[in-house]
Design a protein around this ligand. Structure first.
Ligand SMILES: [Zn+2]
Length: 454
């Protein structure tokens, strides 16, 4: 059966696709609270088995089960694509802001609403069901593997162990990552990488308890100490002041710069959406794109100390803490930067401030020359009748580096989500037309990848 016919079959089975998505969304799987994870893993495994995919659960101590699956193309020398997804979801709170129960998977106006529907259950259902369509229509164009974890939303703490222990089984010629889909103007968008992250908490403690603020004349204030320490981390010009921070930053290639030039950026839309007058340092155009796609950042995510309730309270706090995330770009090493941050603060006279690392991930970036990138963009043109936007990297982070940097598998985001999906927010939703079209996009990508000579 031709891939065109496979796509027709996907369309004719769309009610079944929607039904199985509804079933998966109705199974809560909140990793932050540990609810429903084992049940959800079982359900995903069952869906795979029903689709003719050989499925099993892989255990890693302390983690909810990983679901692993394999289906073969049935022709010798076939290449392999691995799908990475996650079945866990963010907590649905605040519940009062949802228009319907977050686990009811209600369909209204061509969209399904529910926690996790687009992040990332639609991709799971789309990919499992499309394998079934291929298998029912004469066979897969290439071998496929699935690895689906249950802790992505809490930073994938056990993915490194899985990749280390099962490197051989996870081997593939290319990886199709979670997410990917249509941008704000319904252009298909292919993302080729992710930023890394170093997340730390800084703690300043002085006295053994809070005291009367008249003692501010005599006893150090941890909140001031922390503010001064923070001011040594980033300057007002947005440059990170830690020595060596930019040393390993990999510059953009010529092709990446070309892709950046072509990448549309809805600056006005983003500003209006956030209610901001201008971007940092007044940046726009290429400058802004370079920063978002390939610029290291230092962000204070939260600051806590003393009294911040109604009215006034004259108190000298005993502790202060701040949470910071540093987004990293290819070749920056989080472990090395953590050490650099520690010695910088010590040199600046802030050795008393404790630095607690909370998470570390390297950045990943797949080359524009990779076969899978060509296949995904050609498949986008054939599916949507318009050229795909190539995004050199997401401004966000994820465990993609385990595939690109450790397993050396080029990875791309191609999928069935859309820009206004409200991921992580109330009324998360999925456009059902994009669900089906995105499935066809992945089907065509597999088809092209299977046909090309390595
Ligand atoms: Zn998410």
């Amino acid at each position: 059966m031709s891939v065109g016919e496979v796509c027709k079959e996907i369309e004719s089975r769309s009610p079944r696709f929607v039904e199985s998505l509804r079933k998966l969304v109705k199974q809560p799987s909140v990793s932050a609270k540990g609810t429903g994870l084992a049940e959800c893993a079982d359900l995903v495994k069952e869906m795979m088995a029903e689709a003719g995919i050989e499925a099993e659960l892989i255990g890693v101590e302390g983690a909810p089960p990983f679901v692993y699956g394999e289906a073969l193309a049935g022709k010798p020398g076939a290449r392999t694509i691995i799908f990475y997804n996650h079945y866990d979801v963010q907590p649905p709170e605040p519940l009062e802001l949802w228009s319907s129960d977050p686990f009811a998977a209600e369909v209204r106006g061509g969209k399904m609403f529910g926690r996790g529907v687009s992040d990332n259950k639609a991709d799971i259902v789309s990919r499992i069901n499309l394998v079934k369509v291929f298998l029912d229509s004469g066979g897969l164009p290439c071998n496929v593997k699935f690895v689906i974890e249950g802790e992505e939303e809490i930073g994938s703490p056990h993915m490194p162990a899985l990749v280390e222990r099962h490197a051989e089984r996870l081997k593939a010629d290319a990886c199709i990552w979670e997410s990917g889909g249509l941008d704000e103007k319904d252009r298909p968008e292919i993302t080729l990488g992710m930023k890394g992250i170093l997340y730390v908490e800084l703690l300043s403690r002085v006295a053994n308890r809070d005291a009367h603020s008249s003692l501010g004349a005599a006893v150090a204030n941890p909140a001031w100490r922390l503010v001064w320490a923070l001011s040594k981390i980033k300057g007002e010009d947005e440059r990170i002041l830690v020595p060596g921070w930019y040393e390993d930053v990999r510059p953009f290639t010529e092709k990446e710069l070309e892709a950046l030039e072509k990448m549309p950026m809805e600056e006005e839309l983003i500003k209006a959406d956030l209610g901001v007058e201008e971007f940092l340092l007044g940046a726009s155009g290429m400058e802004l794109k370079r920063a978002l796609v390939g610029g290291p950042t230092a962000t204070i995510c939260g600051f806590q100390s003393g009294y911040a309730g109604p009215g006034s309270k004259t108190v000298l706090p005993s502790t202060a803490s701040a949470k910071l995330d540093f987004r990293l770009v290819p070749d920056q090493k989080p472990g090395k930067l953590l050490k650099a941050l520690e010695s910088h603060l010590a040199h600046q006279g802030f050795g008393d401030i404790k630095i607690v690392p909370l998470s570390q991930e390297e950045a990943s970036r797949t080359s524009l020359d990779e076969e899978i990138v060509h296949c995904a963009s050609e498949a986008a043109s054939r599916t949507y009748g318009r050229d795909a936007v190539i995004k050199v990297s997401s401004a966000g982070s994820g465990p993609m580096y385990l595939f690109t940097n450790r397993l050396k598998i080029p990875s791309v985001c191609v999928g069935c989500t859309h820009a206004f999906e409200n991921a992580h927010a109330p009324d998360e939703n999925l456009r059902l037309d994009v669900f089906i079209k995105g499935t066809e996009w992945v089907a065509r990508t597999l088809d092209l990848f299977g046909k090309r000579d390595p």
